[in-house]
Design a protein around this ligand. Structure first.
Ligand SMILES: Cc1cc2nc3c(=O)[nH]c(=O)nc-3n(C[C@H](O)[C@H](O)[C@H](O)COP(=O)(O)O)c2cc1C
Ligand SMILES: CC(C)CC(=O)C(=O)O
Length: 355
């Protein structure tokens, strides 16, 4: 396969249509879902020339976690719906690629098992853990300890989900629960009324009351870096700096939360300006090509995340499929970087992108 689109087509053939829709879909009219990709197509690159060097170095360091490239695995739920090996396959592929995997709290494999699989491949894998903070702070603290003990290197708190977006494809397909045998393993034993660990169960525990005090609370409970994921407003980026978070992920949840919000690449310049280099800025949503990565880095991102492309690789070919997707993106980015006259991700500058 040569493109992410080809991986998606193969994944679509293999997946139960309702599960394909869960992975592919967005909120309501899916305007933001489409916009995330369309926005990149409107941007033009302006290369620099006569800056050649034989060797390029794609590696970056993000809050003390080294990554072989500025392309990370964004947190996505329910990998065992895509392939029987689920998150174990994804973790092995990410570790093999030397890149960071942000493990979803809503994984269908326990964080301990995911970390063990990654360590089979790399002695010190770059695993981060995505958190939906819960009203039950005791439970939240317990999962923070579990993830720390498993060896994760940062926490990424998702802040764009005070309630879950309305995904009409899931409504039409009546997809509200995981099939028998699959569960949200990290959420087992959460409490008396919450033993299911199913998707509808996850819906119940996104936390409407989430506010900056909860971020301060989490920071008081861990020494690991705490990032927040899912902001789009420059003022929130300023507040993130003010509140001492370690980093931010500019994200609209792949168009799955509030529909009609802008493409992430379109708000990136104002957010990068607001942050002014005070902390690392990551971005996800709609990255499908090396040129998309180049545009995001040029406009101020330190790294990007890919969500659905990884799921398509997993559905199409398990661990090997995820590896192929990651290596395809790496090669595509490397080529685009070279053609732009860069030898390192940091060489790209905003003047190289035009509307
Ligand atoms: C199927 C699916 C499940 C997701 N699950 C989570 C999740 O559990 N936690 C989270 O913070 N974001 C989740 N996201 C959002 C992704 O982290 C990311 O923001 C988005 O997928 C990026 O867009 P892309 O798919 O176009 O690359 C999910 C996205 C998809 C497509
Ligand atoms: C289980 C869900 C809450 C995971 C998610 O964030 C999503 O489907 O977008």
């Amino acid at each position: 396969m040569r493109t992410i689109a080809e991986f998606e087509a193969t994944a679509r053939e293999r997946l139960d249509p309702a599960h394909y829709d869960y992975f592919a879909g967005g909120a309501q009219d899916e305007i933001t879902l489409r916009e995330n990709e369309e926005a990149y197509k409107r941007l033009r690159l302006v290369p620099r020339v006569l800056r050649g060097s034989d060797k390029r170095d794609l590696s970056v360091d993000l809050l003390g976690t080294p990554s072989s490239m500025p392309i990370l695995v964004a947190p996505t739920a329910f990998h065992r719906l895509a392939h029987p090996d689920g998150e174990l396959a994804t973790a092995r592929a990410a570790a093999r690629a030397g890149t960071i995997m942000i493990v979803s709290m809503a994984s269908t494999t326990a964080i301990e098992d995911i970390a063990a699989a990654a360590r089979e491949v790399a002695p010190d894998p770059g695993l981060w853990f995505q958190l939906y903070l819960q009203p039950d702070l005791e439970f939240t603290e317990a999962i923070v300890r579990r993830a720390e003990n498993a060896g994760v290197k940062a926490f990424v708190v998702t802040v764009d989900s005070p309630v879950l977006g309305r995904r009409e494809r899931d409504d039409r397909n009546a997809f509200h629960d995981l099939p028998p045998g699959l569960a949200v393993e990290n959420l087992r034993n959460i409490g008396e009324n919450r033993s299911g660990g199913t998707a509808s169960h996850v819906r119940d525990i996104v936390m409407s009351a989430l506010n900056w005090d909860h971020i301060a609370w989490l920071r008081s409970k861990t020494r690991l870096p705490v990032l927040i994921k899912g902001l789009l407003h420059a003022e929130d980026a300023r507040l993130a700096v003010h509140h001492g978070v370690a980093g931010i992920v500019v994200s609209n949840h792949g168009g799955r939360q509030l529909d009609t919000v802008p493409a992430t690449i379109d708000v990136l310049p104002e957010i990068a300006a607001a942050v002014g280099g005070a902390l690392p800025v990551l971005l996800d949503g709609g990255i499908r090509r090396g040129t998309d990565v180049v545009k995001a880095l040029a406009l101020g991102a330190d790294a990007v995340g890919v969500g659905r492309p990884v799921v398509w690789g997993l559905a199409a070919g398990g661990r090997e499929g995820v590896s192929e997707v990651l290596e395809m993106l790496r090669a595509d980015f490397d080529q685009a970087l070279a053609l732009c006259g860069g030898r390192h991700p940091a060489d790209l500058t905003p003047d190289q992108v035009r509307r």
